[in-house]
Design a protein around this ligand. Structure first.
Ligand code: UT7
Length: 337
């Protein structure tokens, strides 16, 4: 069986910085509440820029391609994770194929929200291990700001989410003497909680013509809904479980982790995981302070930034973990090559 390695990483975030103080000018909130409850100080929102989920994904992809030192035409498959596709259908995978002018390679879209990137890495890993593909472009990209309820009514959700994209090149290792790469991935779901964190409409039970016909100014079902406390409680249980599962499968202890890169949902969640798993500050990477929660993009942005900052090096044991809407949760353990 082939070994999959992460050969390159890249990210892109819009230039437009929105601070907590900026938000307090449009909704009843303040820097103290947002900082204390989430750790977020600022986030990037597309704003007036000419960016889309696809275009940000493409910019992150170009950075990953350059980091991997491959030719873009060496990519033989695309996996794109997002909850904010540019179109209801088709998904943005095909738009990346077009924008990068790649030959008619396959493009797959993953709909697993905050866990989307880890699910996407798992998909890529299987294709590489079986020998079906050699270089897979995996993207997590989100343009969420346009769809948020930016009034006081929506403040429990809108202050948290940000825009941006991250990408990885997952490749077959061509070094026979080397061990490592993606060791294992672990995927879970619990659909009974699907509506606790969801964007319910438009849907098959409520298509756009019906929404337009009803023209109800109090209808907020086309804004994301999150039962924050409920999600939080499940997150702090599932994260340690799924990280523990990855460690156990590979015969490691939490002290062996070089760097845990958790989905950047809330700094308090990351700190809770750190305490529960008795990890040191050096073992956990967080950048939610600067970017907010960028859903499927948060892990690849964090991974790319961690690598840029010298926090990921050859031989390191890197753990990715995510939890979110679905509910879905997932982890990946990587021995960096
Ligand atoms: O990435 C996908 C997974 N997502 C997560 O894992 C998120 C999990 N949940 C959370 O991170 C937290 O639940 C939130 C950050 C969303 C909310 O924090 P919380 O500590 O659970 O606050 P809360 O929702 O219980 O609200 C507490 C109070 C309420 O006021 P009252 O009822 O106590 O008077 C809210 O109305 O804070 C109020 N509030 C705000 N105040 C100022 C809610 N949002 C805001 C705000 N600014 N932005």
């Amino acid at each position: 069986m082939n070994r999959s390695i992460i050969r390159g990483l890249g990210f892109y975030v819009p230039e437009n910085i929105v601070t907590n103080d900026d938000l307090s000018k449009i909704i009843e909130t303040n820097d103290e509440w947002i900082t204390e409850r989430t750790g977020i100080k600022e986030r990037r929102w597309v704003g007036d820029a000419d960016d889309s989920t696809t275009s940000m994904g493409v910019k992150a992809a170009l950075n990953a391609i350059s980091d991997a030192e491959i030719d873009k035409n060496d990519i033989d498959f695309i996996v794109f994770a997002t909850l904010s596709p540019d179109y209801y259908f088709p998904g943005p995978g095909v738009s990346v194929q077009k924008e990068l002018e790649l030959d008619t390679i396959g493009a797959l879209d993953v709909r697993n929200q905050c866990s989307g990137f880890v699910y996407a890495i798992s998909v890529a890993d299987q294709y590489i291990k079986t020998g079906m593909y050699k270089n897979i472009l995996v993207i997590g990209s989100e343009y969420q700001s346009g769809g948020l309820d930016k009034t006081t009514r929506g403040r429990g959700v809108s202050v948290i989410f940000g825009d941006g994209a991250g990408a990885a090149i997952v490749s077959a290792s061509n070094n026979e003497n080397e061990t490592g790469g993606i060791l294992s991935t672990h995927l879970h779901s619990q659909g009974m909680h699907a509506e606790e964190l969801a964007l319910l409409r438009p849907s098959t039970s409520h298509w756009v013509p019906q929404i337009l016909k009803e023209n109800d100014p109090n209808d907020i079902s086309y804004y994301p809904y999150m039962n924050g406390n409920f999600v939080f409680k499940h997150a702090v249980t599932r994260f340690p479980q799924v990280i523990g599962e990855a460690l156990q499968q590979n015969g490691y202890e939490s002290t062996d982790i070089s760097l845990l890169i958790p989905h950047q949902a809330n700094l308090r969640i990351a700190q809770f995981i750190q305490r529960t798993m008795k990890l040191t500050d050096d073992q956990v990477f967080n950048n939610i302070q600067k970017y907010g929660n960028t859903t499927a993009a948060s892990i690849p942005i964090a991974m790319a930034e961690a690598k840029q900052h010298g926090r990921i090096n050859k031989g390191d044991l890197i753990c990715l973990a995510a939890f979110g809407s679905g509910f879905t949760w997932a982890s990946a353990l990587i021995k960096w090559t």
